[in-house]
Write a protein that binds this ligand. Structure first.
Ligand code: ADP
Ligand code: MG
Length: 701
């Protein structure tokens, strides 16, 4: 067990701020603890002699052997809370649950108080939950250190929630549905302990089979990804992440910044972390139940057995919407079904054993399909009839599930007739639903988790790069006191081994002429100015300039820049080798730094339609080779890269390597806030970064 084990399994708990005043939080906590805690409760409150029959101490220090108190629950008013925490720390208490509110959630005074609280916790190295927490629960010890009105029943789900109110709602809901818990924590403001700490703790806890979370944000995305990747090798994590907003995206100066906002960072980060993300509470618990009750499937093929045509079709449709597929039966299976089922039955998947089927017929059909090598899981869909006992059916399904050791979900479509059958199924860990789509989605979640468990996370490749050179380029921009860099910083890409066309930035028509002659052919000329974000929009890009027109073009470009903005800073003109666009595809490769997850890489279809088509995919960097390769597969236009319409396929390996190299660059330099390579031209002979734009944060250099 990890270092938080005594938080959930204490012998002695002190309530600092214990009271018996009617309707107070301090009373609720004390009485909840007294109700079921299998250990000692100590009351602390200088204004009371006795609280709910407990002797009340003036201070933690007055308690005998205060260092043997495992958890202090702090419910004092906010102005004395930090002092109470210090006293607990000084007395040798390691775990503190701060119920008191009035911290970071309440404005600047509260924020200052939260900083003090954090400092106190760090000074005494406290495991601190909250502040502004509903508390913690753990069923094996009957620990209810919350001010909620319901204690959880025992089970194998551990649950963390950023909303305390949501904990009480879930407990109320769960009480009706046989959903049991091991530990529950209301995270509050997460001043010290956050979701990553609890994921790590429960990953080590043999009594937790499934970890559930309701989160509004993630404190440290990188830590969370690392921890969750390890934990999900054994223990599934299912999360509801609320607050799907895209704050910040509007201020972006790059295409990547505009398209890769915080919601996409969460989506990618949580996926890369190996968590299952759900949209609703119902899904949260549907997934939790099947993950804790059923084995993982060895494939994605599902068999449907039903006594009703319509619901059978609904189930088939749900399979179509999922990542599961309808199993195609072996001949032997079809022969056996043909012999044992009535003539009117449909022996192909979905197997319809028709309306007069008793439980026995379900038994034969289910056993037959489960023995088929092409079947990895099954769903049993039944409507009530006069000849079918749901109770018998539940027994049959339970028996067959245990024999086959394959995951099964049931859809007993009914109300009061389901009762007994439901109990038998839930006893056996087989989830039952009215709606076939829920059964299919839950089985799909099992498949999903099976895939996560089979993942092998590779370390990102470390390429041999010129990090010093890259630093110099970024620092020289800082010296010019600019945060916006363009093609004048192309060498940044060279330093990290990302191919760029020949060329350079010049500051006079005659230098332009010389460089064009060196390149030797028609060239591309672009205005270079930190004030001009989209060069071609203002006529700042001339493609295919013949040598004799280079001087005039230089002048033209500068005039256009001045027309666009009188006082625009013009750094010069870039003269660049022509890249063969006809045999290539313009892609975009970029990065936007997310406050929680850090560098978010974006790859997609590039060029001028990038924000119109929005065909792109994102990953939290650093990415490994397989992750970079998966980004190519992700986009809808992938066939375009692979040689659609008789074109030669582009050099995929070069693209993948470039994604990895950019990943290394933005990981090495937190000063890069956002970056676009658009276009990154991919051809059969490799890739060329034709344009570059980035924003830096000088303070990070
Ligand atoms: P911006 O995005 O600021 O308008 P770019 O450098 O991306 O400027 O140029 C705009 C477009 O011009 C590119 O999308 C590409 O189609 C074309 N282009 C730019 N540089 C080259 C080049 N070296 N070879 C061929 N085409 C180019
Ligand atoms: Mg561009």
């Amino acid at each position: 067990m990890g270092r938080l084990s005594t938080l959930f399994a204490p012998e002695r708990v002190a309530v600092i701020g214990a009271t018996d005043s009617e309707g107070s939080v301090g009373r609720a906590i004390t009485s909840n603890l007294l109700e079921s805690f299998d250990g000692e409760v100590v009351a602390v409150n200088p204004y009371k002699e006795v609280v709910l029959g407990l002797r009340c101490y003036d201070a933690v220090d007055d308690v005998d052997a205060p260092e043997t108190i495992d958890v202090a629950v702090v419910v004092v008013p906010p102005n004395v809370a930090v002092e109470a925490i210090r006293e607990a720390g000084a007395a040798g208490i390691e775990n503190v649950v701060v119920i008191t509110a009035g911290f970071g959630e309440t404005g600047s005074e509260g924020a200052a108080r939260e900083r003090d609280l954090r400092a106190a916790a760090e000074e005494y190295d406290l495991n601190l939950v909250g502040p502004n927490s509903l508390g913690v629960m753990s069923t094996p010890k009957g620990l209810n250190a919350t001010f909620g009105n319901e204690m959880a029943t025992e089970g194998d789900i551990s649950f963390m929630s950023q909303s305390g109110a949501f904990v009480t709602a879930v407990l109320d809901w769960a009480a009706e549905r046989d959903v049991g818990f091991k530990d529950i924590v209301s995270l509050g403001n997460k001043a010290i302990l956050d979701e990553g700490d609890f994921v790590a703790e429960w990953g080590d806890d043999p009594e937790t089979d499934v970890i559930l979370g309701y989160l509004e944000d993630i404190e440290d995305g990188e830590k969370f990804i690392q921890t969750a990747r390890e934990v999900t090798q054994d223990t599934p994590i299912v999360l509801v992440k609320s607050g799907r907003t895209d704050a910040g995206a509007s201020a972006a100066a790059s295409h990547t910044g505009a398209m890769a906002g915080s919601e996409r960072a969460y989506e990618a980060g949580l996926e890369q972390a190996g968590t299952l993300r759900v949209e609703s509470v119902q899904e949260l618990f549907d997934f939790a139940q099947i993950l804790s009750g059923q084995p993982l499937p060895d494939g994605e093929e599902i068999a449907i057995v039903t006594n009703a045509g319509g619901p059978g079709v609904m189930t088939t449709d749900a399979v179509g919407d999922s990542d599961l597929s309808l199993a195609e039966f072996e001949d032997e299976t079809l022969d056996r079904l043909g012999e044992t089922m009535p003539d009117e039955a449909n022996i192909y998947n979905p197997v319809d054993i028709i309306g007069d089927a008793p439980a026995k017929r379900f038994e034969i059909a289910l056993e037959t399909v489960l023995e088929d090598d092409n079947v990895s899981m099954a769903v049993v869909v039944a409507c009530p009839t006069a000849v079918l006992s749901f109770e018998e059916l539940a027994e049959v399904v339970t028996e067959k599930q245990q024999e086959a050791e394959m995951p099964i979900a049931t859809t007993l479509m009914g109300g009061k007739s389901v009762g007994e059958g439901q109990d038998i199924l839930s006893e056996a860990g087989i989830p039952n639903y009215f709606d076939p789509a829920r059964a299919v989605d839950s089985l799909d979640a099992l498949r999903d988790y099976g895939e996560i468990q089979a993942r092998e996370y590779e370390a990102p490749t470390a390429f041999d790069v010129d990090r010093e050179r890259a630093r110099e380029i970024l620092e020289s921009a800082a010296r010019r006191n600019t945060n916006r860099l363009g093609v004048e910083a192309m060498e940044l890409l060279d330093a990290y081994g990302i191919p760029t066309p020949r060329g350079g930035v010049v500051s006079s028509p005659s230098e332009a002429q010389d460089l064009a002659e060196e390149i030797g052919d028609e060239v591309v000329m672009k205005i270079v100015s930190p004030d001009i974000l989209h060069k071609s929009d203002i006529g700042g890009v001339e493609v295919g300039v013949p040598p004799e027109e280079v001087r005039d073009t230089y002048e033209d470009l500068v005039v256009r820049a001045r027309n666009y903005q009188q006082d625009a800073t013009v750094l010069g003109v870039q003269v660049q080798e022509m890249v063969d666009l006809d045999s290539g595809t313009e892609t975009i490769l970029g990065m936007n730094r997310d406050p929680q997850f850090g560098p978010l890489l974006l790859f997609g279809l590039g060029g001028i339609f990038v924000e119109v088509l929005e065909d792109n995919t994102v990953r939290v960097a650093p990415v490994s080779e397989p992750e970079a390769r998966a980004m190519l597969d992700d986009i809808d236009s992938a066939p375009l890269l692979r040689g659609a319409r008789g074109r030669d396929p582009v050099d995929e390996d070069a693209l993948v390597e470039t994604v990895q190299r950019l990943s290394q660059l933005v990981t090495d330099f937190p000063a890069i806030v956002e970056l676009d390579i658009n276009p990154l031209v991919a051809t059969p002979d490799g890739v060329q970064a034709v344009d570059l734009r980035l924003t830096i944060d000088q303070e990070e250099l």
